[in-house]
Design a protein around this ligand. Structure first.
Ligand SMILES: [Cu+2]
Length: 109
């Protein structure tokens, strides 16, 4: 009984931590996971076709932060549409750990 209670307290604490994830606004570019590590390539309007093709062929979307040049994984992949690719955008969302973001909104610069 005591063990079960401890267990559920622990689970509750964990979910609170998950929901308390830091909200942030970032500017950057969407790229495919294959090219995301190459910031110079990803942060260019000319990369749009490459990114769309790569994702169609199974790559994942990543978000390349303009200031850190770091590629973040995107938790909710379906938030990215073709119109958001090939330009710098502003993204609002919650960071999940150090390298993943759950995106809530995307707007033009
Ligand atoms: Cu690419």
């Amino acid at each position: 009984m005591k063990k079960a209670l401890l267990c559920s307290v622990f689970v509750l604490a964990c979910s609170i931590v998950a929901f308390a994830a830091e909200k942030s606004t970032m500017t950057g570019w969407f790229a495919d996971s294959g090219c995301g590590a190459n910031a110079a390539k990803s942060m260019d309007a000319g990369h749009k076709g490459c990114a769309l093709t790569c994702v169609k062929n199974g790559a994942k979307w990543v978000f390349v932060d303009s200031s850190s040049k770091k590629a973040l994984q995107i938790h909710n992949q379906d938030v990215v549409t073709e119109a958001h690719v090939g330009k710098e955008v502003k993204v609002k969302g919650s960071l999940m750990g150090s390298d993943e973001i759950h995106i809530e909104s995307i707007s033009d610069m």
